[in-house]
Design a protein around this ligand. Structure first.
Ligand SMILES: Cc1cc2nc3c(=O)[nH]c(=O)nc-3n(C[C@H](O)[C@H](O)[C@H](O)COP(=O)(O)OP(=O)(O)OC[C@H]3O[C@@H](n4cnc5c(N)ncnc54)[C@H](O)[C@@H]3O)c2cc1C
Length: 217
């Protein structure tokens, strides 16, 4: 949509540093670096957002899904919601696929340290999901029934620092936030895929206001 409306879209280009009026960037294929000047800069880099501006802290939360081989649970005409033992409002979903494989997920685990480019599913997540599944199904599902696993990192905004509030990522809000740095960079972070339209609207409205841009319908 943006390209159809005249935007220039650069892929394989990494933002190295941002200011309110531009970015230092590097072409990851050629290694060439350069500057882009802009009237407004919006940082929408997800779980990596706090590496580009000061003053915000992301608490990445890993969500892992398993892929089970077809038929290991027998015929499954519908999905399952399995309450996680000991939790009041968390569930593991069991989602049968058209080809017979079954997805089971997902976890909500804090990730410490540097944010990886590609999240990986550790054995602890795989064991946790198999244990929750095993708490309700009669058929034993074993490690070798797991033919794959994949993970993503939720970009949760840490609003708990210094408040003494829960350190669990499961308790952090999934709502999005729009924050403006002292340099004038507008960051939009958190939120959900299903709220992308509202996130975009809030970020653009903020950029228009903060940068004094002319904008119309
Ligand atoms: C485990 C998990 C569960 C989820 N569950 C739900 C759900 O139930 N419902 C729902 O609606 N949504 C869900 N989501 C979606 C999620 O919560 C986010 O809202 C969404 O993925 C974040 O979108 P985003 O555009 O902010 O970030 P992203 O989609 O991560 O996009 C950020 C982009 O910025 C790029 N980037 C990063 N750093 C740089 C840089 N320096 N230079 C250039 N580019 C850069 C990245 O390559 C990436 O393309 C889930 C996500 C995960 C991981």
């Amino acid at each position: 949509t943006a390209a159809a409306r005249g935007a220039v879209v650069l892929t394989r280009v990494r933002a190295l540093a941002l200011t309110g009026t531009g970015a230092r960037v590097r072409d990851e294929l050629t290694g060439e670096e350069g500057e882009i000047r802009a009237r407004a800069v919006i940082n929408a880099s997800g779980v990596w957002a706090d590496g580009l501006v000061d003053g915000i802290r992301i608490r990445p939360s890993r969500g892992t899904h398993l892929v089970l081989r077809p038929d290991c649970l027998g015929p499954l005409p519908a999905g399952l919601h399995i309450p996680i033992p000991g939790e009041s409002n968390r569930f593991v979903l069991v989602l049968p696929q058209d080809d017979g494989r079954v997805y089971v997920g997902l976890t909500d685990e804090p990730v410490q340290g540097a944010v990886p480019d590609v999240a990986e599913a550790p054995e602890t997540d795989i064991g946790f999901l198999l244990d929750v599944l095993g708490s309700v199904v009669d058929v034993p599902v074993r490690r070798d029934d797991v033919v794959g696993a994949f993970a993503g990192l939720r970009p949760l905004l840490d609003t708990t620092a210094g408040t003494g509030a829960s350190a669990r990522t499961a308790d952090i809000s999934r709502r999005h936030a729009v924050l403006t740095s002292s340099e004038g960079v507008v960051t939009v972070v958190g939120g959900k895929l299903t709220t992308y339209r509202r996130m975009a609207e809030d970020a653009v409205d903020t950029a228009v206001r903060v940068r004094g841009l002319a904008a119309g319908p």
